[in-house]
Design a protein around this ligand. Structure first.
Ligand code: ADP
Ligand code: MG
Ligand code: MG
Length: 873
């Protein structure tokens, strides 16, 4: 029986087959098909990788035969043979999953070289130095990646030969030096592994394929997948490709390029290259590469051909590409293309430009920018004025924009440790995949070596994290834990500030400021609004927050937490008086003092919001949160309030609760102390009336928190309406208002039909709802949630992304029952989840009217909402 197709020759696949062939393989096939100069090769599918693990690290039947067939085809096409004395076939073995995982799995180049074929290569090329250099690179990579010999061993041998011959650069080593290095390398392998470096090319190939599939489950790869939410069961493909050589002399070279600038989005060629170098040299940061624009002078023909290819690729893929090329003796070859990673700013600019160029439509543009990515744009920049006076000590490459400040650490483990208590900046000579975890927790990354496409730069951009790379002005002493810059010594724990948009490095701390959101951002967000159907409001407690919300075009306030107004210094005293009051009369007196203050807050917020709905939540937290705990403070406050210390202390003790989050809070406070509700209602409506008289439009929505039963709702709503209507009637003005509730108790979801007979709107408080559904204390879950995620009990933190299966079902029931009982009920969400793209998609799906999130997340929520609508079509 013929076995399944496990191997595809380049050209047999297409760009649509990423899942099966991996990104690299699919695109190598595609580029072959559109006539680009791609060295031939074949791809072993990702399915083989998955089967390999399913079958207990064994290969499926028929695979070996298929590999042999394709190898034969390659040999015939090239007129070369594996291990041949005249014309030996040399290949690279490259991994490549469907989702790109930069640097996760290493490539082996020059495979097929051995003690015999090296002579043929010398004869064929007439280039001894090149041949020995290729051989030593092969043994080095093979030894490291396939045989797992410590990388440093080879590095030491290389350094030793360099010092012996008094040279600095690899390129200065002679053919004889390199030949000597080859025999040193072979000795190292024998010594470290007890077996010899394999001479048979077929054996070399088999071992390399094993290593690629094996590397799918190495620790680095697993960490990367965890960090980027990449599933562990998609597998990697293996590509076997004929070698082309960028290290054959000064008319050869290798480079990486983007069809547009991935940092700014500008439509200009972008990239770096090295003359007389092979593949990895550019990214590894061993030599500092030249900008691609330089190629125009150095090799104009190649440059023009490259620019033509850029255009062709962009037309074909309708997106910016990130590509690898190699020039072998004046001839250009394409080795990889993929969608180019970009900063948020670039993503916006490219999306807007491409619509204007007619390359894509608005819908595609809106779907192409990741909501979370906008976060980068909405984040801080250095305050220009303070920056002018700051101590600039170095300048590197602006590898990933934004500003970051923190204390310096010099290795990834330290970064992980220190970041628990403070902000850190990770400083390294250069980063490698082992540093990923440290990079993830650092505020910013600073490296001394490597270009715009070095590991540090690529990974930081992917993480949306500030990075200054290739900063040759600094010298990093990782062992001794300090770096030097401009004659200064910067030690572990010292503060530095990075500007990832300019590459500047400052000593000390520089204040950061909020970003401007105009230009492409505005155009793009207009398109977003064309597509989104669900409303986006903001959670804002102050006039300032409300202004930010409005700037980001929030369509109202979904949650205004009145208690946040109570903590300010001019009012906390009155609040405390109210809390410790021993009877209603005293309490009312204290509340009277709060009334004008609170009223004024509402006036300000209503004014800012210009007639958009404002949902105001009545007092929610347990009262003792407002009281002092230290004796010192209690004494002071007792004096202020004219109370005995003992008396106040006793009151505070009596207010203590075992489980405050499940205790006397939310609507329960209003049930016990109706005068609090009375004061807040008065403040809201007096403010609204006053503004209406002045000609403002207002839309107050009074929200009762923590309702679990319709009776709570009924009693409290009646009180609110009575006060509101009396005030409105007396003042002879007209405006609409609503009274509704926050749905955050499972019982409220289950009895939502009853509650909706009273509530005119629902706002799902999914923070508390998640806490109460899981029985996870929000404040303590940090102790165990990481274990739950690591052990796979939960996929994600349910406080960050709504748990659709459980909590989401309560929400769904609540929405359905609510709508059944009251057709025009307005339904929204105001928990943290209101700003999380996945959760927003869920809210859209179950038919909510709006989501509400923190002001800075409003654009992210708007984009997620538009995408949810577009994905439905
Ligand atoms: P990565 O995913 O880490 O970029 P690649 O498989 O793309 O790994 O290869 C690493 C480097 O080797 C790249 O610079 C690539 O262009 C180069 N390379 C891979 N295959 C070949 C080949 N057949 N000929 C020349 N260079 C190659
Ligand atoms: Mg690559
Ligand atoms: Mg709550």
């Amino acid at each position: 029986m013929a076995s399944k197709k496990y191997v595809y020759f380049f050209g047999e696949g297409s760009k649509e087959m990423k899942k099966l062939l991996g990104g690299k393989g699919a695109n190598l096939s595609e580029m072959t098909n559109i006539g680009l100069p791609v060295p031939p090769g074949f791809t072993i599918t990702t399915e083989v990788c998955n089967l390999f693990y399913e079958l207990g690290e064994k290969y499926p039947e028929g695979l070996n035969e298929q590999i042999d067939e394709n190898l034969k085809k390659l040999e015939v096409e090239m007129g070369m043979t594996f291990g041949d004395k005249e014309n030996p076939l040399l290949v690279s073995v490259r991994s490549g999953a469907a989702i790109s995982m930069p640097g996760m799995m290493d490539t082996v180049l020059n495979l097929g070289l051995n003690d015999t074929t090296i002579d043929s290569l010398i004869k064929k090329t007439g280039n001894k130095r090149f041949s020995w250099d290729s051989y030593r690179r092969f043994i080095q990579m093979f030894g490291d990646v396939v045989m797992e010999v410590e990388r440093d061993k080879f590095e030491e041998a290389l350094q030793a030969i360099k010092s012996k011959n008094k040279v600095k650069l690899d390129t200065e080593l002679s053919a004889d030096n390199l030949k000597e290095l080859v025999s040193e390398y072979k000795k190292i392998i024998k010594k470290e592994k007890g077996i010899s470096f394999p001479q048979d090319p077929k054996e070399q190939l088999k071992m390399s394929i094993d290593a690629v599939f094996g590397s799918w489950n190495n620790k680095r790869a697993i960490t990367y997948r965890n960090l980027h939410d990449i599933p562990h069961n998609i597998g990697t493909a293996v590509n076997v490709q004929v070698m082309v050589f960028g290290n054959m002399g000064n008319n050869s070279g290798t480079g990486v390029a983007f069809t547009r600038d991935p940092a700014t989005g500008e439509n200009v060629e972008y990239g770096e290259y090295l003359i007389n170098a092979q593949g990895e040299d550019v990214v590894a940061g061993i030599r500092t590469p030249k900008p691609i624009s330089n190629l125009k002078k150095e090799m104009p023909g190649i440059f023009n051909q490259l620019i033509d290819i850029f255009k062709k690729l962009e037309q074909h893929y309708t997106d910016t590409q990130d590509l690898e090329f190699t020039i072998q003796e004046g001839k250009l070859y394409m080795l990889q293309t993929r969608t180019g990673k970009r900063t948020a700013g670039a993503a916006l600019k490219i999306a807007v430009d491409m619509v204007n160029e007619g390359l894509i439509d608005k819908k595609t543009a809106v779907l192409r920018v990741e909501p979370e990515q906008l976060d980068q744009l909405l984040h801080k920049q250095l305050d220009e004025k303070s920056k002018a006076n700051a101590e600039l000590v170095a300048k590197g490459l602006p590898a990933s924009p934004g500003a970051a400040l923190g204390r310096v650490v010099f290795d990834a483990d330290d970064a992980v440790k220190e970041s628990k208590n403070r902000e850190v900046i990770l400083v390294r000579t250069e980063t490698s995949p082992e540093d990923i975890e440290g990079m993830a927790v650092a505020q910013g990354i600073l490296t001394a070596r490597g270009g715009m496409t070095s590991h540090a730069a690529v990974v930081a951009r992917g993480m949306g994290k500030c990075c200054v790379a290739g900063c040759e002005d600094i010298k990093v002493f990782e062992e001794e834990q300090y770096f030097t810059a401009s004659g200064k010594k910067v030690k572990k724990g010292d503060w530095v500030t990075l500007d990832g948009s300019t590459g500047e490095v400052f000593l000390g701390r520089i204040p950061v400021v909020d970003p401007e959101v105009t230009g492409d951002f505005e155009i793009f967000m207009d398109w977003v609004n064309e597509f989104k159907t669900i409303g986006v409001r903001a959670n804002a407690d102050t006039p300032k927050d409300s202004e930010i919300a409005l700037k980001f075009r929030a369509e109202g306030i979904g949650l205004c937490r009145t208690e946040h107004m109570f903590f300010e210094s001019d009012r906390i005293k009155a609040v405390r008086k109210m809390i410790v009051a021993s009877n209603e009369k005293e309490r009312r007196k204290a509340l009277m003092a709060l009334l004008p203050i609170q009223k004024n807050d509402f006036i300000e917020i209503f004014k800012v919001m210009k007639g958009l709905p404002v949902t105001i939540r009545l007092l929610d937290p347990p009262l003792h949160e407002f009281l002092p705990t230290e004796d010192e403070d209690i004494k002071e406050i007792a004096k202020e309030l004219g109370l005995e210390f003992r008396e106040l202390k006793a009151t505070i003790v009596s207010l203590h609760e075992m489980n405050p989050m499940l205790g006397h809070r939310g609507c329960r406070l209003s049930v016990t102390y109706p005068e609090i509700l009375e004061m807040q209602t008065k403040a809201i409506f007096e403010a609204a009336i006053e503004l209406t008289k002045q000609g403002y439009e207002v839309k107050p929505e009074v929200m009762i928190p923590l309702v679990g039963s319709v009776k709570e709702m009924r009693i409290l709503k009646k009180q609110i309406i009575k006060i509101a209507d009396e005030l409105i009637k007396k003042s002879n003005v007209r405006f609409d208002y609503k009274v509704g509730t926050m749905i955050e108790i499972p019982r409220a979801c289950i009895t939502a039909d009853e509650i909706a007979t009273e509530a005119e709107f629902f706002s799902f408080g999914t923070n508390d709802l998640t806490q109460l559904t899981f029985g996870f204390s929000r404040d303590d879950s940090g102790k165990f949630l990481p274990d739950y995620i690591e052990k796979g009990i939960l996929d994600k933190d349910p406080f960050a992304t709504l748990d659709e299966k459980g909590v989401g079902q309560f929400v769904k029931i609540g929405v359905e029952k609510g709508r059944k009982a009251r057709k025009d009920i307005k339904i929204g969400i105001c928990g943290e989840h209101g700003g999380d793209p996945d959760s927003i998609k869920f809210c859209h799906k179950i038919g909510m009217d709006y989501v509400s999130c923190s002001p800075f997340r409003v654009p992210i929520a708007r984009l997620a909402a538009a995408q949810a609508a577009l994905e439905e079509i």
